[in-house]
Design a binder for this molecule. Structure first.
Ligand SMILES: [Fe+2]
Length: 340
């Protein structure tokens, strides 16, 4: 009898605990992130956020453009709470396509500098990247190349390597030049630079660094962190050796691009999404994202000696919104100039 009681009692306890567990798991907070940031090291930052807040981060990664297409297709059925994208044109296009929603957050307003956030409060920058030039001193005279516009100089005929027109990084650079220098100067720059290009146009920034190193051309335009990653050996020993043969030229002022985030229009975990966005834009979060990827946090410069070696940079005054507004004109002018 005593034994039966004991069995009954433990069965009851089990049922009670089991039932208790159901509402608990349903209450578990989470945030679903669609990320176009393709860096494994971001996971460490999400983990820290989860530890500090108890909010689980579920990550859905995809390349930038297909991510936007996917969100458009999914519409109201989308699972996305927070959307992270690289490049100014991509995040502004996401806002224009109605994929994001306006949010109120004083901490985001404080942590994200002017020019790096949306006036409509739909997106905020998280990290910064500088579009630099990478050159081979054995092929070109480094002293003669200070700015992107110098790549139009006739002395560089056949010595310029460029990534193809589809790259939003280059679209944003051209948009930046339109704002900075006006349409006709940009047109002249494009036609001079494109006539100097050593064909074909490249699929990515890394292949440009390799081509410059191998003297296939003398100078190209890339994001600074690609050179840093190669130098640090992230892509293996061979790429490190390639990168070592090149020099980085940082224009002054420089075109600075961003990675950014915004809360999805149909987020079902809006509160949690805002919390994560606030965390990622905070000094600690931004540094957590930027330090291991060799990007720059929002308010400071990456302290890694490899990045510091590229020299200080001064950002020009073109806002991310401007880059988005001039994106279609930039693409048209690139096409017209023969940028493939
Ligand atoms: Fe990139």
């Amino acid at each position: 009898m005593q034994k039966l009681k004991k069995i009954l009692y433990s069965a009851l306890t089990f049922t009670f605990l089991f039932n208790l567990n159901i509402p608990l798991s349903a209450m578990e907070k989470e945030v679903k992130v669609y990320s176009g940031r393709h860096y494994n090291t971001d996971r460490g930052v999400y983990k820290k956020f989860a530890e500090e807040t108890g909010i689980k981060v579920r990550l859905i990664e995809a390349a930038g453009i297909s991510l936007i297409e996917r969100l458009k297709r999914e519409g109201k059925n989308s699972q996305a709470d927070l959307i992270l994208l690289v490049d100014a044109a991509r995040i502004t296009n996401a806002a224009k396509a109605g994929l994001l929603q306006s949010i109120e957050s004083s901490s985001l307003e404080n942590d994200v500098p002017n020019g790096l956030k949306d006036r409509g409060k739909e997106w905020y920058a998280l990290t910064r990247r500088v579009r630099v030039m990478v050159a081979n001193p054995k092929v070109v005279d480094l002293n003669k190349i200070k700015d992107y516009t110098d790549l139009a100089d006739p002395s560089l005929k056949g010595k310029v390597c460029l990534r193809n027109r589809k790259s939003p990084y280059n679209q944003s650079l051209v948009a930046n030049q339109i704002v900075n220098k006006g349409e006709s100067e940009t047109k002249a720059w494009l036609s001079g630079m494109i006539s100097n290009v050593s064909q074909p146009f490249f699929p990515g920034d890394i292949s440009i660094i390799r081509a410059v190193s191998k003297k296939k051309c003398g100078v190209g335009i890339v994001n600074h962190y690609y050179v840093a990653r190669m130098l640090a050996g992230v892509n293996g020993r061979r790429d490190a050796l390639y990168a070592k043969k090149t020099s980085v030229i940082t224009p002054n002022p420089a075109h600075v691009n961003i990675s950014a985030g915004g809360v999805a229009k149909y987020a079902s975990n809006k509160k949690e999404a805002i919390k994560l966005l606030e965390y990622l834009a905070s000094p600690q979060g931004s540094k957590g994202l930027a330090a291991p990827t060799f990007e720059h946090p929002l308010k400071e410069v990456n302290q890694n000696p490899i990045v510091k070696d590229f020299g200080e940079f001064t950002s020009d005054s073109v806002t991310v919104e401007d880059l988005g507004n001039y994106n279609s004109l930039a693409i048209k002018m690139m096409k017209d100039s023969g940028w493939d």
